[in-house]
Design a protein around this ligand. Structure first.
Ligand SMILES: [Zn+2]
Length: 169
């Protein structure tokens, strides 16, 4: 796993001046550090993690999103979901894995997985701002467990995107 901190600092847990400065400035958060060290500790068991670029976390009440490099989602979701399950147990939150630098559709697909997206469109508001309307396909039992509010908050923090989520009839 690679990220903006030295791997030596991550492994030892004792940060050099440079890494400490990133933590103090908020470029890297305490949660980022915690998740990065967790991912590193899981590398031996799940070798695909070695090739993951970890950008940052976006934290909400009950859901924690990990932002990783393009193409890294399958590396984290493999092994029958055991990496994500471990992260969820260690942090006490639902985990979402999102890729940096992808288009809106890919971003939203990862955000709402395993629900499928029926339609995405942009709504222009009178003040010139926009909302992104996402219509999700129905899936028995999923709707209630989906924390739409948290996912909308994540979309806003990661992409500056205002979501309006609806379900297909
Ligand atoms: Zn360092």
């Amino acid at each position: 796993m690679k990220m903006g901190l030295c791997s030596f600092c991550l492994k030892s847990g004792i940060l050099c001046q440079k890494c400490l400065a990133k933590l103090k400035s908020g470029e890297v958060s305490e949660t980022d550090l915690k998740v990065a060290r967790l991912l590193l500790s899981l590398e031996e068991k799940f070798p695909s993690l070695q090739n993951v670029y970890f950008h940052r976390t976006v934290d909400t009440d009950r859901t924690l999103a990990l932002v990783v490099g393009p193409g890294d989602v399958p590396r984290l979701l493999g092994y029958g979901g055991r990496i994500v399950k471990t992260l969820s147990e260690e942090t006490g939150k639902n985990i979402r894995v999102l890729e940096n630098g992808v288009d809106d559709r890919k971003f939203l697909e990862d955000l709402f997985a395993p629900l499928n997206i029926v339609t995405i469109n942009t709504i222009w508001l009178p003040d010139g701002s926009t909302e992104t309307r996402v219509i999700l396909g129905r899936r028995r039992g999923m709707r209630s467990s989906l924390d739409v509010k948290a996912l909308a908050e994540i979309a806003s923090k990661v992409r500056n995107m205002t979501l309006r989520v609806e379900f297909a009839d």
